[in-house]
Design a protein around this ligand. Sequence first.
Ligand code: 6PG
Length: 465
Amino acid sequence: MSSEIGLIGLGTMGAALALNIAEKGFDIAVWNRTTQVTRDFHGTAGDLAPRITPTDSLEDFVQAIKVPRAIILMVPAGDIVDAQIEALRPLLGPDDLIIDAGNANFHDTNRRAREATGPFLGIGVSGGEEGARHGPSIMGGGKRDYWDRVAHILDAISAKYEGTPCATWMGEEGAGHFVKAVHNGIEYADMQMIAEVYGILRDGMGYDAPAVAKVFDAWNDGPLRSYLVEISGKVAAAQDAATGGPLLDVIADAAGQKGTGRWTVIEAQHLASPVPAIEAAVVARNLSSRRETRALGEDLFGAAPKPLGEDALTIDTLEQALIAGKILCYAQGFAMISAASEAFGWALPLPDIARVWREGCIIRSEMLNDMADALTDDPEQNLMFAPYFADQMKTTHDALRQVVAAAALHGLPAPALGSGLSYFDAMRTKRGTANMVQGQRDYFGLHGFVRLDDGKSDQHGPWAQ
Ligand code: 6PG
């Protein structure tokens, strides 16, 4: 009974997290369903092995941890988490804490927190394997007391932004996993916008992968500085050992997904909180997997009608467009968090969420520090209206417009950039067109409308007589 914490599930993320915990000076007990995996993990832990107690049975695992225990589950999201909790709970004392650190659907975390017969936390962990190993961004949910019990460990293992740990308690129950889901939604939109710009460079402007890499590398030194732009440059620069050509050219254009982006979009619809750039990104992944249908479409309608030509858009215009697009997808994500905060009674700390994303996570970027400042000034306002970002939108939305228009004219799909632009235009249009929709609804269903002149509601048109 000497380990300060335990961890179940030594897959890629679990193993990396366990090593991170050991490296920060905490003794840790580990267990995996397959004993050989536990042994191999311990055998390759090197200098960290003395801090790690490998165990062969769940009973031994539990006994190896100091009371009151804290146990991290790093198993695949879904039924496996429930099964693991069911197997574990009878072996635990009343104060022992179970922490689900997988990519759980926050509804499941809400349910698990409510049904739990002992302390339970759900934490979102972002940063992939590298983050888990050397410093992830951690978004916690559950009772504050439980979080406080392990905060020193989570702070220690998290990424640091100028010395500040990127680990924050977000609220009760599934709040941490909810924030992680929105993080992933933004991740999808950010990745998709970068991919759309790549498409314009490749198919519209004739850039090969190494040339694309140079563009992304250069952008990573400016306002777009971010992990996703950085790795996009690296992906574009990679050579394929088999062909000797760019690796990017031999990667199938069908994107996978584990579902977190889809959850975000479904939840946004329930909250009636518009996240069109994130929706477009999920749709784009779904469309990407229909490779055979797309090939039929190209045979039928022809490929993109005409190349853009190098002069149609400048690299600077593309950079400005991506800046605008990025602000818009974050604005949508934060607005959704704000809507959820109210709907679920969570008081989600918006500025802290921006802060916790500044390092360690997949969407970390230069802009997030400014977003944290803007949300500190006014957490309720849409980020695109915050003075700093409003100024940025004023100077960049024309570029976004040029890029979306050029893409449309030349048959290059740019759904996330286009949705971002429509969101911007809708959000700055005082007199919209929903009066027509209300007129139609009243015509066929007598649903009633509000008059602008006298403010009266439940009004009907002459068709009501
Ligand atoms: C992170 C990532 C991570 C992961 C997801 C999303 O924050 O570290 O979001 O959780 O990559 O599994 O992946 P999909 O693209 O497969 O949905």
